[in-house]
Design a protein around this ligand. Structure first.
Ligand SMILES: [Zn+2]
Length: 158
């Protein structure tokens, strides 16, 4: 019996650890929990959108803004923890621009976060929008800093 209890505790701890490691959490002064990211979402947006000759922050007639508009796509970027709202935004941009919706999910820890890409990708296949993922590789990081001066990774640069 004790063995069984230990086994259950062991399994439970492993599961909760696996879950906790998926994202890096921080706490505000008021005690709110949030997901920490190494680089700003805009850094990933700059890197991807310039590589795809897109227009960043394209403004729609309802004043919402598309993260990146290319010849083919209206693209929404989000970190993996925002997977659900990325779909809503991408579909709204498709409606506004008549270009195909694409979600680009940012996986800062691809091994742990691929599950979110797979989830959105499955929904995209079924409901016909495109999904892609990018990792920090796209930022061509040197010495833990990316090329974008406004990124949080460059805040403490001397
Ligand atoms: Zn950065």
């Amino acid at each position: 019996m004790i063995f069984l209890k230990l086994l259950i505790i062991f399994i439970f701890c492993n599961f909760s650890n696996a879950f906790a490691d998926t994202f890096d959490y921080g706490y505000t002064k008021d005690g709110f929990k949030y997901v920490k990211h190494k680089h700003n979402e805009s850094s990933y947006q700059h890197a991807y959108c310039s590589a795809h000759n897109g227009t960043e922050e394209y403004q729609n007639s309802d004043f919402t803004r598309v993260d990146c508009l290319t010849d083919e796509y209206a693209i929404e970027f989000d970190f993996a923890n925002k997977w659900a709202e990325s779909i809503g935004q991408a579909l709204h941009y498709q409606l506004m621009t008549s270009k195909k919706a694409k979600v680009v999910l940012i996986l800062e820890n691809p091994q742990k976060q691929m599950i979110y890409f797979n989830r959105v990708n499955k929904i995209g296949k079924k409901y016909q929008f495109d999904v892609e993922y990018i990792t920090p590789d796209i930022l061509k990081i040197k010495h833990n800093k990316c090329n974008y001066p406004d990124c949080k990774c460059n805040k403490h640069r001397i």
